[in-house]
Write a protein that binds this ligand. Structure first.
Ligand SMILES: NC(=O)c1ccc[n+]([C@@H]2O[C@H](COP(=O)([O-])OP(=O)(O)OC[C@H]3O[C@@H](n4cnc5c(N)ncnc54)[C@H](O)[C@@H]3O)[C@@H](O)[C@H]2O)c1
Ligand SMILES: [Zn+2]
Length: 346
């Protein structure tokens, strides 16, 4: 077992990141206070025996259910189970459960303790780190939320054995993103161990997740509220969100396509070597991620103009100058559109 203590600024909340060996060891991290579990029905069905020791709130799975009504459902259940300010809410599930559980914990009686056991690759490497919680408002993603650091995150790669291939590969997109923006040595590691990753070999997943998660933690520690540095984590996400909005691809698949566009644009904007774009493409393809089926540039620009992160006619866009060297620049929509016209169709 390995334990890291994270100290995100500026609120100085302490959060423990635990790489666990077994489900049973989790109990060492449960304080002597009342625990209430939150999960979704899929995870509950798959791991029913894990949920017998504490009262459990079971939500419906899926992004469509990441809505305020379901947070209210969790809050009602907390009340029914007699949770008080000393209780700990332990969310066990993918990013949807983590987001809703974290938000409910931050709201219930003005905030109770929160722990998280992520059960998907995306949740282990991305959603569990950073303290962002949110639900969607209608179709608007992540509009209602808080910054709430969990007291601990318990990562147990054995959960990944039951994850669908499509969801698993979507998680790989964020891991590949971390490698290109901040852990260049992980690029060759992923390339060389891709068979073991595919077969979900525990030790390989363990080191892969560890590299990625510690990288994201280090970035978040320096900039919890995304005032500057943290924006680099949005590499591939400006176009990624615009693609995701079309409804055809998962988040990870959309980010894969978004990274391909960002890399091609970076070749023009800041001299990224085409060999890097090629390496990115081949790595994404190894995990069955899409790399060239883009919406039209008109459709992309239409969606980007609605991005909640825009400021006026500009948006902070993450370019890549070389592996490990992202660069964030406020870029006009006109500039991005002119780049798209140069590179599409790829
Ligand atoms: N808070 C953050 O910083 C942050 C970061 C990235 C993503 N997110 C959010 O995370 C969500 C996506 O997360 P996700 O991909 O984990 O989706 P998810 O939670 O919807 O899980 C995907 C599906 O897998 C099922 N599942 C979960 N664990 C499983 C397991 N071990 N075996 C089999 N099936 C399992 C779930 O029931 C669900 O049907 C999005 O809502 C996104 O906005 C949040
Ligand atoms: Zn993402």
């Amino acid at each position: 077992m390995e334990i890291y203590t994270l100290t995100p600024n500026p609120v100085h909340t302490i959060s423990k990141l635990i790489f666990g060996d077994s489900w049973d060891d989790l109990r060492h991290f449960l304080p002597g206070k009342p625990v209430i579990l939150v999960t979704d029905s899929t995870v509950y069905r798959l791991y029913e025996s894990y949920f017998t020791s504490y009262p459990c709130v079971i939500t419906e799975p899926g992004e469509n259910n990441k809505q305020l009504e379901n947070v209210q459902f969790i809050l009602n259940q907390l009340l029914e189970f007699g949770a008080d300010r000393s209780s700990l809410l332990l969310a066990i599930g993918g990013g949807v459960v983590g987001d809703m559980g974290g938000l409910a914990a931050s709201l219930y009686m003005r905030g109770i303790s929160f722990g998280y056991v992520p059960t998907t690759l995306l949740a282990m490497t991305d959603a569990s780190i950073g303290g962002k919680t949110a639900v969607n408002l209608g179709t608007w993603k992540n509009i209602i939320g808080t910054f709430t650091q969990p007291e601990f995150v318990y990562i147990l790669p054995q959960f990944l054995a039951t994850q669908s291939d499509r969801d698993f590969c979507s998680g790989m997109a964020e891991i590949i993103k971390h490698a290109f923006i901040g852990i260049p040595e992980a690029i060759s590691y992923i390339r060389e161990s891709h068979q073991e990753i595919w077969s979900r070999k525990s030790e390989t997943l363990f080191s892969l997740i560890k590299q990625s998660v510690l990288y994201k933690s280090a970035v978040v520690e320096q900039d919890e509220k995304e005032l500057g540095l943290r924006a680099i984590l949005n590499f591939g996400h400006t176009f990624g969100h615009a693609i995701e909005e079309e409804g055809r691809y998962t988040h990870g698949e959309s980010v894969a396509l978004g990274m391909m566009l960002a890399a091609r644009i970076s070749e023009i904007h800041c001299g990224l070597s085409p060999a890097v774009t090629h390496e990115l493409k081949s790595l994404l393809q190894r995990f069955s991620l899409p790399v060239e089926e883009f919406p039209s540039s008109d459709q992309l620009m239409h969606n980007i103009r609605k991005d909640k992160k825009k400021s006026g006619n500009h948006i902070r866009f993450v370019y890549l100058t070389s592996p490990g060297h992202p660069r964030v620049e406020l870029s006009s929509f006109e500039l991005l559109e002119s780049y798209l016209h140069k590179i599409l169709p790829i």
